[in-house]
Design a protein around this ligand. Structure first.
Ligand SMILES: CC(C)(COP(=O)(O)OP(=O)(O)OC[C@H]1O[C@@H](n2cnc3c(N)ncnc32)[C@H](O)[C@@H]1OP(=O)(O)O)[C@@H](O)C(=O)NCCC(=O)NCCS
Length: 192
């Protein structure tokens, strides 16, 4: 199943493609964007290319799941994902996916991550028939937490990971947010 192109009120979400390589190099080389992801530092060009390739492969693992490039009037603003979740070995959960997003700072605080994420939740529940969507971020990543909350997701746990090279804020832990299909149906009705 090829990933669909989706349209929100302001954004066009197109399946992430080879042609987005330079967009992702720009995004991932920005220290503000990378502050709470990976090792907390901008990626080199080689690392960004490798990550881009990994995202393209992830988009081929489970039908319907993957990464989308967001465009505003033809300009790339960032990406959103409903990524497959491994259930052990090479297999993936059939009815769960992980929400993710990364937006270029000049587009921050204008509601684009929320708009993109809500469309991905709608697609995941309505079109793919998922039962649950989760998201994880560092506890100190207020923007990411607020985005999940603004999509009706709820905080279910805080957990701690031993990183080899921890970045500031790691001591506060990582947080997980979840929304089930039933919760989304209720949220979607009241937020219309
Ligand atoms: C997280 C991120 C995608 C949010 O993008 P955005 O387009 O600025 O978010 P939105 O404008 O859609 O805002 C969504 C919600 O978060 C809130 N928010 C956004 N940035 C915030 C911040 N820095 N602090 C607190 N709340 C914030 C908004 O007020 C909004 O909540 P509301 O609807 O209740 O008012 C963006 O900051 C980003 O790309 N960060 C770097 C990458 C990253 O950390 N990704 C997540 C990794 S898990």
């Amino acid at each position: 199943m090829a990933l669909p192109t989706m349209q929100t009120s302001r954004l066009r979400l197109c399946p992430l493609a080879e042609r987005n390589r330079d967009d992702l190099i720009d995004l991932d080389s920005d220290p503000q964007v990378m502050k709470y992801v990976h090792n907390g530092r901008p990626l080199t060009q080689e690392e960004a290319i490798q990550d881009h390739q990994e995202r393209l492969s992830a988009s081929r693992q489970v039908p319907g799941l993957g990464y989308w490039a967001g465009y505003l009037d033809g300009a790339f603003i960032g990406w959103g994902a409903l990524a497959p979740i491994q259930s052990g070995g090479e297999t993936f959960h059939a009815q769960k996916a992980e929400l993710g997003y990364r937006i270029s700072p000049r587009f921050w605080r204008q509601g684009y991550a929320k708009e993109m994420a809500r469309e991905l939740l709608r697609y995941g529940f309505e079109e793919l028939g998922l039962m649950e969507i989760l998201g994880q971020t560092m506890a100190v990543n207020e923007a990411s937490r607020a985005t999940m909350k603004a999509c009706g997701m709820r905080h279910v746990r805080t957990f701690y990971v031993d990183f080899e090279d921890p970045i500031p804020g790691t001591e506060e832990g990582e947080v997980e947010y979840i929304i089930t299909r039933e919760e989304w149906v209720r949220f979607h009705l009241v937020s219309k």
